[in-house]
Design a binder for this molecule. Structure first.
Ligand code: SF4
Ligand code: SF4
Length: 262
């Protein structure tokens, strides 16, 4: 007999579960005694949109931002590379964007910073099952925001923090990382992992790849779309997710030009 409940990551079991409709109390503002304490020595996973918006915010190319501000830890368990925000020097290891007044990149702060104190985990992909996110509450002792009176549900918190709109842009990214291809521990070869990394995180290099290689001769794209990809970062990012499904998994998300169309 198979177990119908997918195995959840330990982080979910170790914290307070937040099923739909469950409420929690939280506020974060300069008046809390712990203000800014959490912006040091913390693991912040960056999504593709986080890297893009922080690169634009700091006036760096995506490659420069990745080199200066991120780490790409190598882990055996993960089938795809992840990007972490690099903290400042010891002993405090403060986030490079932390200021005495609070987050210095607040409008462009990463997904993980918006979500806190809510955590989210995606159960491992299983054949024929759409993976549903599972939410939980981090109950860190250092965070006094949970003693504040304002009450939230996961849905109202995520809406308030602008998470929902950002996740909509990144829908294609989630489809890739939880793709059925990976069921059973299957992995990609190094060349495809490199493609994934460039298209998701190094968007300026991906733009060069689209416009400075034979890319536009190989795929059928409408002229209006080509112009949008040239000038609109978000359009290019969502296009990158679409192209990756073709390049990594062989899905028919792109039309290849025939010889007569070249
Ligand atoms: S990006 Fe902003 S909110 Fe996130 S850890 Fe750094 S300073 Fe804190
Ligand atoms: S520890 Fe909690 S309440 Fe304090 S600044 Fe960080 S998120 Fe806000």
């Amino acid at each position: 007999m198979t177990n119908p409940t997918p195995e959840l990551p330990d982080v979910v079991k170790e914290n307070r579960p937040l099923p739909p409709g469950a409420t929690f109390r939280f506020s974060c503002h300069p008046g809390v005694s712990c203000f800014n304490r959490c912006c040091a020595d913390v693991n912040i996973l960056l999504t593709p949109l986080d890297v893009l918006t922080l690169a634009r915010r700091t006036g760096l190319s995506t490659r420069e931002f990745l080199d200066r501000h991120t780490l790409v830890p190598i882990t055996k368990e993960l089938h795809l590379p992840v990007v972490m925000l690099k903290m400042g020097p010891e002993p405090e290891k403060r986030c490079p964007f932390s200021t005495p007044e609070g987050c210095g990149v607040y409008a462009d702060r990463p997904w993980a910073c918006r979500m806190y104190p809510v955590g989210m985990a995606i159960p491992p992909a299983r054949a024929g099952v759409e993976p549903e996110p599972v939410y939980f509450l981090f109950e860190d002792d250092f965070c006094h925001g949970r003693s504040e009176p304002r009450e939230w549900t996961v849905a109202s918190w995520r809406e308030d923090q602008g998470v929902v709109a950002r996740e909509t842009i990144e829908e294609g990214f989630r489809e890739i990382v939880s793709h059925p291809y990976f069921i059973g521990g299957r992995t990609l070869d190094p060349k495809r992992i490199e493609m994934f990394f460039m298209a998701c995180y190094d968007l300026d290099s991906f733009r060069d790849f689209v416009f400075e290689s034979s890319f536009l001769k190989r795929f059928v794209l409408e002229p209006a779309e080509v112009e949008r990809l040239r000038s609109d970062d978000v359009a290019l990012l969502t296009f990158a997710f679409r192209w990756l499904r073709f390049a990594l998994f062989g899905e028919p998300t792109m039309s290849v030009r025939t010889d007569t169309q070249r």
